[in-house]
Design a protein around this ligand. Structure first.
Ligand SMILES: Cc1ncc(C[n+]2csc(CCOP(=O)(O)OP(=O)(O)O)c2C)c(N)n1
Ligand SMILES: [Mg+2]
Length: 392
């Protein structure tokens, strides 16, 4: 095809995502169910973040007075420090709520398909706001489906709320008490200065780095490194946290970091498990080539989940989950002209990350983590297949 014919074959996109207005009856039904709740909960998913209807979502959540739980990439839509945020009381609200309103969040494996121990034994009613009608009833009954784009749905919900009474104080006070209890329990662990570092000591440092720079972009992948960072590092602005998403795909972090730096020009902090980093670690060359303001922190526990596993096959090889001991990923960055730092204590880590985020120089910090600190599959070991045979 010649260039002119090629040009003529192009069509102009007019409205890639036209508004999809929800049915008024579905809005009324949803609000009636929410109003009837004694222990309501709102779950915000990444669909709500993608919708870029931040002000409407904030107004709706605040007017409702309902505790909310952000899924991983919805963190920051409302700040994790918001008084209604139930992130630090996750198990309690999932188990004890009686009405759950999903906004751009889906009942897939990340939410145990809406069933089982995670959700407790009390009966639950689900309201689901989603652009995709096929999501409704996909795993459990949805008593109030609202189908439309999130912006239009939330606008319609806000418009139809009228005067609204807050949920029973007994519920919101109980959620608040649990949250405060859990935050207080966690605080000393995040301030520990252990050497070798454990996850919490290192994450306590990174939590403050983001607190001081709420517009920085956080990238996160790994198992323990992902699960623990998700819980510990508060987000304050929408769409600042990018991670492995619904399917938990290792290896996308470096690409995300590069894209985020190029698109936004903001400093990027990439918190990477050593295995996760290995999937696309060669991108450090790209980061250096384009002199991007990316600070990669590798949680180097010498392995997948742990660095202490033993090969039980009888061979002299290391276990399949164990990597080279004392590996120095920081040297990779130096090889391409970036800044490499080997950090063995939370204090060293703090100094190095702050310097990297302020200078904008391509930096890789090898954060030495106790090889015994992690657990298999991180926080989702309960999903591992169990053998019916007893271990010998
Ligand atoms: C493409 C891909 N391959 C394999 C996996 C399985 N997997 C889940 S987490 C993980 C790595 C965990 O190790 P690490 O990143 O070092 O985190 P740690 O728990 O040690 O902190 C792997 C390989 C995956 N999720 N995606
Ligand atoms: Mg690891």
């Amino acid at each position: 095809m010649n260039a002119e014919a090629g040009r003529k074959s192009l069509v102009k996109g007019i409205d890639a995502a036209p508004a999809q207005i929800p049915a008024p009856a579905s809005i009324k039904r949803a609000l009636d169910v929410l109003k009837s709740a004694k222990k309501p909960l709102i779950i915000l998913g990444k669909g709500a973040a993608y919708a870029q209807a931040d002000d409407a979502i904030k107004s709706f959540v605040e007017k409702s007075g309902v505790p909310f739980l952000p899924m991983s990439m919805a963190k920051g839509l409302l700040p994790d420090t918001h008084p209604q945020c139930a992130g630090a009381a996750r198990s309690t609200v999932l188990q004890q709520s009686d009405v759950v309103m999903l906004i751009g969040a889906r009942l897939n494996w990340l939410l145990s398909h809406g069933k089982g121990k995670t959700w407790g034994s009390a009966p639950k009613k689900f309201i689901q706001v989603d652009i995709e009608p096929k999501e409704m009833d996909s795993n459990v009954e949805i008593v109030a489906p609202v189908v439309g784009d999130i912006g239009s749905c939330v606008d319609a919900l806000l418009g139809a709320m009228g005067t609204w009474s807050a949920p029973p104080a007994e519920w919101t006070d109980a959620v608040k008490a649990k949250r405060e209890e859990n935050v207080a329990k966690m605080a000393p662990r995040l301030m520990n200065n252990n050497i070798p570092m454990d996850y919490h000591g290192a994450l306590g440092v990174l939590k403050n780095v983001i607190k001081e720079r709420p517009d920085a972009i956080l990238i996160n992948e790994g198992a323990n490194t992902l699960d623990l960072a998700r819980g510990v590092i508060d987000m304050y602005q929408p769409r600042k946290r990018l991670d492995v998403g619904t399917w938990g795909i290792m290896g996308i972090g470096m690409g995300q970091a590069i894209a985020a730096a190029v698109e936004t020009g903001k400093p990027v902090l990439a918190v990477e498990g050593d295995s996760a980093f290995g999937f696309s670690g060669m991108e450090v060359e790209t980061i250096c080539r384009y002199d991007l303001p990316i600070c990669v922190v590798i949680f180097n526990n010498s392995g997948i989940y742990r660095g202490t596993d033993v090969n039980s096959s009888g061979s002299a090889d290391p276990a399949t989950t164990v990597f080279v001991k004392n590996a120095r990923y920081d040297k990779m960055m130096e090889a391409f002209g970036g800044v490499g730092v080997n950090a063995t204590s939370p204090d060293e880590l703090k100094r190095a990350v702050n310097q990297a985020m302020d200078s904008g120089k391509p930096t890789l910090i090898n954060a030495v983590i106790d090889p015994a600190a992690g657990s298999e599959s991180g926080r989702i070991g309960n999903l591992n297949p169990q053998s019916a045979l007893k271990k010998k």
